[in-house]
Design a protein around this ligand. Structure first.
Ligand code: ZN
Length: 166
């Protein structure tokens, strides 16, 4: 790291500490040339991810929004907020590791559903209905009937047309 004062290429690290809630490391350095002290921040490079919605609109991937949507689907189920947080993290790191720049909302929904399905069928159905993963109303009704047969009571489902609250 070049010294901002004399441009000497080498410095000595005096102190390292986590910053930005652990997402970066702050280092206090001393230049080996002029002994001026300066601070650097090191962070993991995050590739911005764009979500292409069904109507063709694009928006940047929003971790908070995904957490909120998933939390709603998991209300009054056995899925804990901690499990919701883990799903969001897993999906995000899966996409980062594969250097995805763009993903359709349908693909994103499938990645979530693959994980949610292992935790709760009710949450799975609710999330799928919100994200429009069912081809038709008939598919959807068939799955609901299946759940009723198994004795799992689907709670009132959110309409595709409803808008998420603030
Ligand atoms: Zn220097």
């Amino acid at each position: 790291m070049q010294c901002p004062n004399c441009r000497h290429p080498e410095s000595h690290v005096l102190e390292s500490r986590p910053a930005d809630l652990g997402r970066s490391v702050r280092r206090r350095r001393e230049c080996l040339g002029c002994h001026e002290r300066f601070t650097t921040y090191e962070r993991v490079e995050v590739i911005p991810l764009t979500v292409v919605k069904r109507d063709g609109r694009r928006e940047s991937f929003n971790q908070g929004k995904m957490f909120h949507g998933l939390s709603q689907a998991c209300e009054k189920t056995t899925v804990t907020p901690e499990q919701v947080r883990l799903i969001v993290e897993e999906v995000e790191s899966f996409l980062q590791q594969r250097n995805y720049r763009e993903i359709t909302s349908k693909e994103l929904g499938e990645l979530v559903l693959a994980r949610l399905g292992q935790l709760s069928e009710v949450a799975y159905i609710r999330f799928a209905s919100v994200y429009g993963q069912f081809a038709s109303v008939d598919d959807f009704s068939a799955i609901l009937r299946l759940l009723e047969k198994r004795g799992e009571q689907p709670l009132r489902l959110r309409s595709n047309l409803s808008t998420p609250g603030p």
